[in-house]
Design a protein around this ligand. Structure first.
Ligand SMILES: Nc1ncnc2c1ncn2[C@@H]1O[C@H](COP(=O)(O)OP(=O)(O)OP(=O)(O)O)[C@@H](O)[C@H]1O
Length: 310
């Protein structure tokens, strides 16, 4: 059995002359919560649509749960729950009745257990109380949660969620994050796309970063952090003098403000920096080694800021 829940090899999608997804090799380990991160338009949704067979790839191959698609689609796709844009819900039916329609269309689901399955799925996403209301009266967040409930009607080994917290209020966002954590704890692999760093920091074990159609980084979250270069921060009334010392030692990206000087450590030991500052007579009021935030890492990979408010 493959230890990857999702694997792609040179997956590529062109729209006319535009390359939306460019030779992407995804490797999503089983049991991981994989954050598929990237700015808007970087190719996440197009990749996910190819994974699920909603659009064909221009080039490349992919496997879900160890089986090649599209050859094994009939066997594999029932074990995969998906949330992609534009679920086909009926506006005049209640949330519960919409799930009934979806459940009834699933040949692998037993009709006698349908009510219990639907109630459990609604409960999981916190829509139990609103289950009887018409879909068209739902807020965007409720619609999103109903879409997740639809993906959870059957037990799933793999969940592929495109921007699952899009449009949710903070409370709804927290609920979805908790739900993702629970599903992962139960053994499901979760691939979720997002442009929100907070989402990645709070729930993901692995990260893949897309930028202009290319996968520019892919690794465990902890690795991405530790690979990033730490900086020193020197609080001092003599920032220019401190900056000279840092540069002489070989620190890079040295910057100074009125009250502090910072620089990227590289291979230089922090204690060596302290000793050199003292030796040079710089009055140091504070000294710290700071790991760059995830946002710093992503900006360095994509050259773009992320929305970190979520
Ligand atoms: N059907 C299509 N026809 C033409 N171009 C498309 C089509 N679908 C996507 N694109 C283009 O492909 C690129 C990648 O889009 P995609 O939706 O995959 O990005 P994304 O990372 O999911 O962004 P977002 O977070 O905005 O959904 C974009 O430039 C987009 O305009």
């Amino acid at each position: 059995m493959s230890d990857l829940a999702v694997a792609t090899h040179g997956l590529t999608k062109r729209f006319g002359s535009q390359v939306a997804v460019d030779t992407v090799d995804l490797a999503v380990p089983r049991g991981s919560v994989y954050g598929f991160l990237g700015p808007n338009g970087s190719g996440k949704t197009t990749t996910i649509r190819m994974l699920l067979g909603l659009i064909g790839a221009t080039a490349g191959q992919h496997e879900l749960l160890g089986a090649a698609l599209p050859e094994h689609a009939a066997d594999v796709l029932p074990r995969v729950g998906a949330l992609v844009e534009g679920p086909g819900f009926h506006p005049y039916l209640s949330g519960r009745d919409n799930l009934r329609r979806i459940d009834a269309a699933d040949r692998t689901a037993g009709a006698r257990t349908s009510d219990a399955r639907i109630a459990a799925a609604l409960d999981r996403v916190g829509l139990g109380a609103a289950a009887g209301k018409r879909y068209r009266t739902y807020s965007l967040g409720m619609k999103q949660r109903l879409a997740i409930a639809a993906a959870l009607l059957m037990p799933r080994e793999l969940l592929i969620l495109d921007e699952p917290t899009n449009g949710l209020d903070p409370q709804g966002t927290r609920e979805v994050r908790t739900l993702v954590g629970t599903l992962a704890a139960e053994g499901a692999t979760v691939l979720l796309s997002t442009h929100l760093l907070a989402e990645v920091e709070q729930v993901c074990t692995h990260v893949g970063v897309m930028h202009r159609g290319k996968l520019v980084a892919q690794q465990p979250l902890a690795g991405l952090r530790s690979d990033a270069a730490p900086r020193v921060r020197v609080l001092t009334d003599q920032p220019a003098q401190a900056a000279r010392v840092l540069r002489t030692l070989g620190l890079t990206e040295v910057a100074e403000t009125a009250a502090e000087t910072t620089g990227q450590l590289g291979a230089v030991a922090p204690e060596k920096v302290v000793a050199a500052l003292v030796h040079d007579g710089v009055a140091v009021r504070g000294f710290a080694v700071v790991a760059p935030s995830l946002e710093d890492v992503f900006v360095s990979l994509t050259g773009r800021g992320f929305d970190v408010s979520g």
